[in-house]
Design a protein around this ligand. Sequence first.
Ligand code: ADP
Ligand SMILES: Cc1ncc(COP(=O)(O)OP(=O)(O)O)c(N)n1
Length: 273
Amino acid sequence: MTENLQGPAIARALTIAGSDSGGGAGIQADLKTFAALGVYGISAITAITAQNTLGVRAIQEQSIPIIEAQIDAVMEDIGVDVAKTGMLSSSEIINAVARRVQHWQLRLVVDPVMVAKGGSTLLQSEAIETLRTVLLPLAEVVTPNLPEAEVLSLVKIADMAGMKVAAQAIYALGPRHVVIKGGHSEDQPTDLYFDGQQFIELPAKRINTRHTHGTGCTFSAAITAFLARGWSVEEAVRRAKVYITGAIQHAPGIGQGHGPIDHFWLWDQTHNE
Ligand SMILES: Nc1ncnc2c1ncn2[C@@H]1O[C@H](COP(=O)(O)OP(=O)(O)O)[C@@H](O)[C@H]1O
Ligand SMILES: Cc1ncc(COP(=O)(O)OP(=O)(O)O)c(N)n1
């Protein structure tokens, strides 16, 4: 094979997150999303969860040395265009990841995962302050859902005006772009983008389904993939919104609880023989 002197022929994205044995969220959702969007996916696993569409049964955090070693191993050889974080579980893991992000000067999307849809805690409460003060300042984009945005901003959100106040408060913590996801709203799932100057509302029709497991992971992974492919943050967010809406629309109906979405719906539409 001839070497490509222009650099790699495919964009590379790294997910630093937890494993979901059910395959719908976490590392598995991120890698499927990267693949579906034409990006070479790389992973550093922070925790292993025993999980299905009904909920999380057990969690085992990985040790700090093995988390750091995964990041260093891929950085020293493969390289990464953009990284994202998902489930980080503890203050110790957040601090270790932040050190590696700074060491390798990674462009970073932070999905501030706190609680799974079934109610299980994926981030210890004592780690929230570390997330706010240590990781958010390193983020190019942060993508809280409505409950996460309330925790990070200390603002009670009742409507779009509240989302805007919360986005400004989160922006003040240091990320360069804030995207508050509206999936938990009782109305339409309108997301809000804020870059410190401009607000952009990203509306969508609510899809009436219980199969929304892994939507947050998938949305942030799609933003990461589009950034890795060279799009601006605004365009990456717009494209990720179209992708996540289609993925929910085409959910395959797997499992007895909150089932996964279809990460490969775009591929299915063009390769349906
Ligand atoms: N039922 C739905 N119909 C359409 N879009 C949805 C629906 N639920 C969530 N979304 C979208 O999916 C993305 C993830 O949002 P959300 O579910 O709030 O995140 P999380 O999984 O982190 O709680 C957002 O773009 C949100 O607007
Ligand atoms: C291992 C792991 N990481 C993250 C989540 C949460 O994923 P999310 O996309 O927020 O979707 P729901 O779990 O809320 O459906 C997870 N469950 N497991």
